[in-house]
Design a protein around this ligand. Structure first.
Ligand SMILES: *[C@@H]1O[C@H](CO)[C@@H](O)[C@H](O)[C@H]1NC(C)=O
Ligand SMILES: *[C@@H]1O[C@H](CO)[C@@H](O)[C@H](O)[C@H]1NC(C)=O
Ligand SMILES: *[C@@H]1O[C@H](CO)[C@@H](O)[C@H](O)[C@H]1NC(C)=O
Ligand SMILES: *[C@@H]1O[C@H](CO)[C@@H](O)[C@H](O)[C@H]1NC(C)=O
Ligand SMILES: *[C@@H]1O[C@H](CO)[C@@H](O)[C@H](O)[C@H]1NC(C)=O
Ligand SMILES: *[C@@H]1O[C@H](CO)[C@@H](O)[C@H](O)[C@H]1NC(C)=O
Ligand SMILES: *[C@@H]1O[C@H](CO)[C@@H](O)[C@H](O)[C@H]1NC(C)=O
Ligand SMILES: *[C@@H]1O[C@H](CO)[C@@H](O)[C@H](O)[C@H]1NC(C)=O
Ligand SMILES: *[C@@H]1O[C@H](CO)[C@@H](O)[C@H](O)[C@H]1NC(C)=O
Ligand SMILES: *[C@@H]1O[C@H](CO)[C@@H](O)[C@H](O)[C@H]1NC(C)=O
Ligand SMILES: *[C@@H]1O[C@H](CO)[C@@H](O)[C@H](O)[C@H]1NC(C)=O
Ligand SMILES: *[C@@H]1O[C@H](CO)[C@@H](O)[C@H](O)[C@H]1NC(C)=O
Length: 480
């Protein structure tokens, strides 16, 4: 890139050249520009040069791993390129300063056999980076987990999947490989890439610091369980922007297992899921703090914004702004009951502690939903200082699934019969509702009960300002 400027000074710092125009009325542009010169030494390895066939039939694992391992030690950036083709592979391991560059006509296919993955199930990923710095994936291409090869029985409600639980490496019915994992990494970049058909969770960020995920898409089969979009665990300083996620299970899912999670921002994104679009939990052993979700469109999902806090971690300072939500019922074997917003802290079982949730702000929210908002703290896990400002909710039924169930899963009281209300509130200390419009559609058979449903002895300090509730019997099709 050549930029012409009438007057400029050049400073060389390493291999970066900073061109700064001096303030001058004759200069049209006084911005500071950073240019990465083409002479910068990025090592480039093509997996073809290391013997990859790219025919989608032979395993290219050894060739790909050699291309990565041949990257020089030290701080030099290294790009491992995949030219057009299909690269069948067992687990490949990224290392520091390596970026996978997958051509837009190239696909990495994850192996479908248990022997394609390491012994420890905690390392079952198609692409795995562990304790690495400056790592990433880009190039416009695809990483595909071949989930369909893990389906035992296809089912419109929920596919039945294999579970690799017979070796002892993993127990239960969720023993399948994830797609891409960054564990204990710093400076992670995932951009311009398509992640597709994970057999289990898709993009897993664990104990990382400084992660940037942008301009990418995730596609998982709508009927496949556990194909979460992005799971961010025990990690700080994560930015997600301009992502499109269409999948069966939770789309953006912060969790805490071994440490807290601070500073997560997700913006400018689009989500469809048969579970929660955004969900904190259910693993919630440590705190979550300073999360921002802005300008997000959620369509036809089973739940919009969700908190399943179950293990004693405390959540604070979370903002949701400029969010459009449409939620509908699916089969109740999937968690979610069409709630646009769901905030809960009931303890998972009798042994777990109750965590609190405080300082939540919901601003500029539009929802079209088959069910109401559910806000349910617990005796020692209160919901404190919640604000709903500028919110329009349209309530209308458009599927034939049974309503009238409150969903406390996982654990807690499970599914409980309770008539559908606009906002159900339990165990709350401080709730502000300002400029909120509820619009109701349907007839008596829709079985809506109250706009606001709460028992005064568990809910304190509710303030309503400019709150409207209107019944509309016209037949507007809100489902579209
Ligand atoms: C100034 O330069 C930046 C970076 O190249 C560019 O995005 C911007 O449009 C320029 N502004 C004007 C006024 O030319
Ligand atoms: C990464 O670091 C963790 C924690 O220090 C350690 O347990 C693990 O073995 C390391 N993994 C690798 C591949 O070095
Ligand atoms: C193994 O996985 C199958 C299939 O999901 C499941 O039905 C079974 O209960 C699991 N067995 C064990 C011991 O976890
Ligand atoms: C995140 O920040 C918290 C608070 O400073 C710290 O305890 C934790 O270790 C950090 N986690 C990571 C993965 O850096
Ligand atoms: C979270 O972000 C704030 C503001 O950018 C920063 O000061 C703080 O150190 C970050 N916390 C962690 C744990 O990195
Ligand atoms: C909101 O996000 C969409 C992408 O989903 C983007 O096109 C749009 O520009 C964003 N709006 C604002 C105000 O940033
Ligand atoms: C939400 O819908 C409104 C009205 O249809 C629109 O103006 C706004 O841009 C939408 N915002 C998002 C985040 O989709
Ligand atoms: C959550 O807050 C409570 C009350 O302040 C505290 O006792 C508990 O230890 C906190 N939980 C965690 C995981 O830090
Ligand atoms: C209540 O939450 C808002 C954010 O929604 C925050 O700005 C305010 O400081 C909180 N109030 C208290 C007393 O913590
Ligand atoms: C809610 O509806 C009112 C009246 O139609 C409109 O003025 C306002 O902008 C809407 N707010 C949101 C957040 O959609
Ligand atoms: C809410 O929407 C209004 C009107 O569109 C806008 O002026 C305001 O900045 C928005 N608030 C936030 C926090 O985004
Ligand atoms: C909920 O109601 C249905 C019928 O409406 C009934 O069959 C079911 O047993 C009830 N469940 C509980 C937990 O009460």
């Amino acid at each position: 890139m050549v930029t012409y400027l009438s007057r400029f000074t050049i400073t060389i710092i390493g291999l970066l050249v900073i061109i700064q125009s001096t303030p001058s009325t004759s200069s049209p542009n006084n911005s500071v520009q950073l240019l990465l010169l083409s002479t910068t030494h990025i090592h480039i390895h093509s997996v073809i040069d290391f013997g990859a066939k790219g025919d989608g039939i032979h395993y290219d694992t050894a060739a790909i791993q050699s291309a990565i391992d041949a990257c020089p030690p030290g701080n030099k950036p290294c790009e491992v390129r995949f030219p057009p083709g299909e690269y069948l592979t067992a687990t490949i391991r990224l290392k520091s300063h390596v970026t996978l560059n997958i051509h837009e006509d190239a696909t990495l296919l994850g192996g479908p056999r248990i022997e394609d993955y390491p012994e420890e199930s905690s390392r079952w990923y198609v692409v795995l980076a562990e304790n690495a710095t400056d790592v990433g994936i880009t190039g416009g291409g695809v990483v595909d987990g071949q989930a369909m090869k893990f389906v035992v029985t296809k089912n419109e409600i929920k596919n039945v999947m294999v579970s690799w639980n017979h070796t002892g490496a993993c127990s239960g019915d969720e023993c399948r490989p994830r797609l891409v994992g960054f564990l204990g990494c710093r400076n992670v970049n995932v951009w311009n890439v398509r992640l597709r058909e994970p057999a289990y969770w898709c993009l897993h960020i664990v104990r990382c610091d400084n992660t940037f995920i942008r301009d990418m898409s995730i596609y998982g089969d709508f009927n496949t369980p556990n194909n979460d979009g992005i799971d961010i665990e025990d990690s700080n300083n994560t930015v997600i922007t301009r992502v499109q996620i269409d999948t069966g299970d939770d789309a953006i899912c912060p969790k805490t297992y071994t440490g807290p999670l601070y500073n997560l921002t997700a913006t400018d994104s689009w989500i469809r899921t048969k579970s929660s679009a955004i969900k904190l939990g259910s693993a919630s052993w440590f705190d979550f703090k300073a999360l921002v979700f802005d300008n997000i469109t959620i369509v036809e999902s089973h739940r919009g914004l969700g908190f399943q806090i179950r293990d004693g971690g405390n959540v604070s300072d979370v903002t949701f702004s400029n969010i459009n939500i449409s939620t509908r019922y699916y089969d109740p074997s999937w968690w979610g009951r069409a709630e646009p917003i769901y905030v809960t802290t009931c303890p998972r079982d009798t042994k777990t502690k109750e965590g609190t949730i405080s300082n939540l702000l919901f601003v500029n929210i539009t929802a079209k939903s088959e069910n109401g908002v559910f806000l349910s703290g617990s005796k020692h896990g209160l919901l404190k200082n919640l604000s709903f400002i500028n919110m329009n909710v349209t309530y209308k039924r458009w599927t034939n699934y049974m309503g009238g169930l409150v969903d406390y899963r996982p654990g807690c009281q499970g599914l409980v019969n309770h008539s559908s209300a606009g906002i159900i509130m339990e165990h709350i200390e401080g709730l502000e509702v300002k400029n909120v419009n509820m619009k109701w559609h349907g007839d008596q058979s829709s079985s809506w009960s109250n706009p606001l449903d709460f028992r005064p002895w568990t809910v304190n300090d509710i303030s309503l300002l400019n709150f409207h509730s209107d019944f509309d019997n016209s037949d507007g099709n809100v489902a579209s």
